[in-house]
Design a protein around this ligand. Structure first.
Ligand SMILES: O=C[C@H](O)[C@H](O)[C@H](O)COP(=O)(O)O
Length: 244
């Protein structure tokens, strides 16, 4: 269930610009997906040129890529902290409200994300929350005034019917994510399943995030509330930076 759209040049520009923020001695969170991959590749080239960093991958996929490009790896439980994490997103709330000057809450949720199109959001959120700085890399197709994409919810396999029932009561329409090249559902890197839950436009992402987190059997959901420090929005010509 990946997002369509966004040129490779735009993604590359975003990823490579964010990778420039990595400096010597850093522990770096390595996000998952096609945009974060450009950052990982750029960090790998910098390591080739002598940069001293250790990476913490957020998925099997980002680990494989990091190994391929030669980034020394570590894990969350082996470090005192994470200096910086770079990651993609499926949607980024970006709402230049006309009321922003008079209404202090008008842009409060900007930078809130939906993640998990690749099912990696549980580990991604762990690393994001541990990072001193969390940079999102995206192309313009990801920016939207009000989040409306299905929310990926990683669940314990035994809980797929009970969680589905609970999210229906909340007004969501759950779909158990199917695997493309295997019979049956997607199994995450953590051995769990994913429900993609369509809620329509999400007016209060923070409220929904708290509610979803409280459902027994939910391991992690893809709403990232107030974690991002900045979004690097790549275009074909350069990069625009949004800070929060
Ligand atoms: O689970 C996957 C991650 O949350 C990705 O960061 C997200 O799906 C964005 O991926 P992409 O940059 O390929 O659109």
């Amino acid at each position: 269930m990946k997002t369509e759209g966004g040129s490779e040049t735009a993604k590359r520009n975003a990823g490579e610009r964010a990778a420039e923020e990595v400096t010597d001695g850093f522990v770096v969170g390595l996000g998952t997906g096609s945009t974060a991959a450009y950052a990982i590749e750029a960090i790998g080239r910098a390591v080739d040129d002598g940069l001293d960093v250790r990476g913490i991958p957020t998925s099997f996929q980002s680990r494989q890529l990091a190994l391929e490009v030669g980034i020394p790896l570590t894990s969350l439980d082996a470090v005192d902290g994470v200096d910086l994490a770079i990651d993609g997103a499926d949607q980024v709330r970006d709402n230049p409200s006309p009321n922003a000057e008079t209404d202090a809450n008008a842009t409060a949720d900007n930078g809130t994300l939906i993640k998990g199109g690749g099912g990696a959001h549980a580990r991604e959120k762990l690393v994001a929350a541990a990072a001193d700085r969390y940079l999102v890399v995206a192309d313009p197709s990801k920016l939207i005034p009000e989040l409306d994409r299905s929310v990926p919810v990683e669940i314990l396999p035994a809980a797929h019917t009970t969680v589905a029932e609970r999210v229906r009561e909340l007004g969501g329409e759950p779909t158990l994510r199917d695997a493309e090249h295997k019979d049956g559902p997607v199994v995450t890197d953590n051995g769990n399943l994913v429900l993609d839950v369509a809620f329509g436009p999400i007016e209060s992402p923070a409220e929904l995030a708290t509610t979803l987190a409280g459902i027994p059997g939910v391991v992690e959901h893809g709403l990232f509330i107030e974690l991002a420090d900045a979004t690097y929005v790549g275009t074909d010509d350069g990069v625009e930076k949004r800070t929060y």
